[in-house]
Design a protein around this ligand. Structure first.
Ligand code: G
Ligand code: G
Ligand code: MN
Ligand code: NA
Length: 252
């Protein structure tokens, strides 16, 4: 309850910040997108998203918080694109955000206001979001996709029904969960499963992103497998907008 009150105050006082984690094209090593990740500095104490996203979801504060992240990130990425950097934005969605009133309108408005093209925005969802309010969720996400927004399945491979999800919702991208990537080159089964997911994704015409790349060996194997994109501490850590500014200079 105390955290809930603090969250509300944090929103009003703009204590939240966004970090961007670069996603690279594995064939060229160029940054093709950034994933927005929310950060909360409660005074001088950093509160990890895992600690406040649940309470934000329960209290409904996730809705205005997500809207702030959406507008801010669209604005910043549109500015990088205006410097002729062809970069995309990935946003993590919460279940409550998708079923909130005016979800589709809020996203369309943020795109219009920022000038970010719909095709430059990817919305990441996890399979669990289809358990409750599945019909409403699928219909709203499909509506956005019809506008040109891309959809990604985050943490792919860990859900209860990864393959059923691919049938129910038209997606453009799968993000392989770090629990597979972590075992690359060390664990035969995880290596085989990663290779299989990459092939499955490509056979379905999807962009395949590997997450949680921390060791050079993982990067090598993913390149050899033909995985499209990569993300992880070895490639780049999440960084403030200023960090992305400098990165842009090496990518233009
Ligand atoms: O920031 P970090 O990489 O530690 O993220 C921890 C978790 O918080 C991840 O599951 C991530 O998807 C989630 N997360 C980070 N930023 C956002 C956000 O803006 N909205 C939602 N809904 N989840 C986020
Ligand atoms: O659930 P989602 O994939 O959105 O979560 C992204 C989270 O993973 C963020 O909190 C981000 O900080 C974290 N992350 C990104 N790259 C790595 C990595 O290479 N290793 C680890 N352990 N975490 C990572
Ligand atoms: Mn994500
Ligand atoms: Na993930």
């Amino acid at each position: 309850l105390e955290l809930a009150a603090d969250l509300h105050r944090a929103l009003v006082e703009e204590q939240f910040a966004i970090e961007y984690q670069p996603v690279v094209d594995l064939a060229t090593s160029r940054v093709t997108a950034v994933e927005a990740l929310v950060r909360w500095w409660r005074g001088s104490v950093f509160v990890p998203p895992e600690q406040f996203l649940g309470p934000a979801e329960d209290t409904g504060l996730i809705v205005p918080l997500s809207e702030w992240i959406l507008r801010e990130a669209c604005r910043e990425v549109a500015a990088w694109r205006a410097s002729s950097w062809d970069i995309g934005l990935s946003l993590n969605l919460s279940a409550r955000q998708i079923t909130a009133p005016r979800f589709v309108e809020t996203i369309s408005e943020a795109l219009q206001e920022s000038g970010l093209p719909a095709s430059a925005l990817t919305l990441e969802v996890i399979e669990e979001m289809l358990v409750e309010d599945a019909e409403e969720t699928i219909s709203r996400l499909s509506e956005l996709r019809a506008l040109g927004v891309r959809l990604a399945i985050d943490d792919f491979g860990t859900g209860y029904a990864s393959l059923a999800f691919l049938r129910q919702l038209p997606v453009d991208m799968i993000k392989i969960d770090p629990s597979f990537v972590s075992g690359l080159g060390r664990d035969e089964t995880l290596t085989l499963l990663t290779r299989t997911i990459v092939r499955l994704g490509h056979d379905l015409g999807l962009i395949v992103v590997a997450e949680g790349i921390e060791r050079p060996e993982q990067l090598e194997l993913l390149r050899e497998m033909g995985c499209t994109r990569g993300q992880g501490y070895l490639v780049a850590r999440p960084m403030a907008a200023r960090g992305v500014d400098s990165l842009m200079r090496t990518n233009l």
